[in-house]
Ligand binder design. Structure first.
Ligand SMILES: Cc1cc2nc3c(=O)[nH]c(=O)nc-3n(C[C@H](O)[C@H](O)[C@H](O)COP(=O)(O)O)c2cc1C
Length: 193
C-alpha cells in the first residue's frame, strides 16, 4: 500500500556540487542540491537558489557561475559551504579550497574538484523564496585522471561524485554500474524482424 506524503521538494538522490559566483578576487561558493540539466541545445543547467544567498548576489553581479562536482572525499568541504554564508565568513580560508580562472566566464572554478562547468546566466524565474537560475554551459573541464580510456567521457566511478539524500540528510556516493542505458529497456520491445 502506498501512503500519500503530500507536496514535497524531495527527489532521491540529488547531486551536490559547489556552485561558485564572483571573480578570482572576490568569489563565494555554496552547496546546491536543487540543480540539474535544464536543456541540451544549448546545453543548460538550472538551479533553485534562495534569494538571500551571498553567492546569488555575486552571480547576479557578473551574470555567470561555475558548477564544480566534487568527489566523496570532499564531503566535509562541500558541507561547510552549505552551512555557513559568505555574508559572514571566508569559505576559501576555512576549507583550504583554491580557485583557478575559468576560460570564458568571470566566476572561477575550484582547483581540487575534477569536473567543472562554466555557465552564463540566460534566465531567472521567481519561485516564492527562491529564484530558479538557468545558465548556458559554455565550457567544461575534466581532470585527465577521471576520463574513460578513450579520453572522450568522464568515468563516473573515477569522478566518485558526492550525492545528497534529502529527508535523512545524508551524503552518499554512487553504487556500481547496473546496466547499459538506452539498452537494457529494449528487452520490452518486440524483436526486430
Ligand atoms: C546538502 C546541501 C544542499 C543545499 N542545497 C541548496 C540549494 O539547492 N539551494 C540553496 O539556495 N541553498 C542550498 N543549500 C544551502 C546553502 O548552501 C547555504 O545556505 C549556504 O550557506 C549559502 O551560502 P552563501 O550565502 O555564501 O551563498 C544547501 C545546503 C546543503 C548542506
Amino acid at each position: 500500500m502506498k501512503l500519500n506524503l503530500g507536496p514535497t521538494d524531495r527527489m532521491y538522490p540529488m547531486p551536490c556540487p559547489l556552485v561558485v559566483g564572483g571573480t578570482m578576487e572576490a568569489a563565494d561558493a555554496l552547496a546546491v542540491a536543487w540543480i540539474g540539466t535544464a536543456g541540451g541545445t544549448p546545453p543548460s543547467i538550472g538551479m533553485a537558489l534562495r534569494k538571500t544567498r551571498r553567492t546569488l548576489e555575486l552571480i547576479r553581479e557578473n551574470g555567470d557561475f561555475t558548477v564544480n562536482i566534487g568527489p566523496t572525499s570532499r564531503a566535509a568541504e562541500i558541507d561547510l559551504c552549505g552551512i555557513v554564508s559568505g555574508h559572514n565568513v571566508d569559505k576559501w580560508e576555512l576549507t583550504g579550497l583554491t580557485l583557478e580562472p575559468s576560460r570564458s566566464v568571470s566566476a572561477p572554478i575550484i582547483a581540487q574538484f575534477p569536473y567543472n562547468l562554466e555557465c552564463r546566466v540566460t534566465n531567472e524565474v521567481e519561485l516564492g523564496e527562491y529564484v530558479f537560475v538557468i545558465g548556458e554551459v559554455i565550457e567544461s573541464h575534466a581532470e585527465e585522471s577521471i576520463l574513460s580510456q578513450d579520453g572522450k567521457t568522464v568515468d563516473v566511478g573515477l569522478l566518485d561524485p558526492l550525492m545528497y539524500i534529502p529527508g535523512s540528510r545524508e551524503y552518499r556516493g554512487i553504487g556500481p554500474k547496473l546496466a547499459d542505458a538506452y539498452s537494457i529497456g529494449k528487452q520490452f520491445l518486440p524483436p526486430k524482424e
